[in-house]
Design a protein around this ligand. Structure first.
Ligand code: RB5
Length: 150
């Protein structure tokens, strides 16, 4: 898969570890985040990753900021994006199985490096279940997005 990756300056030492993991899992990375020592306001990489995924230039997105929240909020402003900030592996798996989330966000100041890697691995190795009830619920989210012309 092609994975869009974005981060702000809070990603610190976590970014190279996650890029290494994503490569080990056999994926190609499109990196729109900042390098160590550079700063950026988190909405910028959040929107960039959202656009890459929404335009199908990437299959899924991985974001990192301090909490994972701000950058996920920005990604979610792009139509078609279902981004979630995750701090545990069960949620990372369930947002794929149940919500068909297409972007995950990690808080580099919230979770340690090993847990962050496990979270990203769970996200990238889990597929959407395709169960009717989940398809129906996601359609309701999409309909809400259409109604408000996001
Ligand atoms: C940057 O200092 C910090 O605000 C940002 O990484 C993130 O935590 C916002 O949600």
């Amino acid at each position: 898969m092609k994975i869009a990756f974005g981060n702000d300056h809070a990603a610190g030492e976590l970014k190279p570890l996650l890029l290494e993991l994503i490569g080990e899992l056999g994926h190609e990375v499109i990196d729109v985040g900042v390098a160590a020592g550079e700063a950026v306001d988190y909405p910028i990489p959040g929107e960039k990753v959202g656009r890459l995924v929404a335009c199908k230039e990437a299959d899924l997105g991985v974001l990192v900021c301090g909490t994972g929240v701000g950058i996920s909020l920005a990604a979610n402003k792009v139509k078609g994006i279902r981004a979630a900030a995750c701090s545990d592996t069960a949620t990372a798996r369930l947002i794929r199985e149940h919500n068909n989330a297409n972007v995950i966000a990690i808080g580099a100041r919230i979770v340690g490096a090993e847990l962050a890697k496990d979270i990203v691995k769970a996200f990238l190795t889990t597929d959407f279940s395709g169960d009717e009830r989940h398809v129906r619920r996601i359609s309701l989210i999409t309909e809400a997005e259409e109604r408000f012309g996001k």
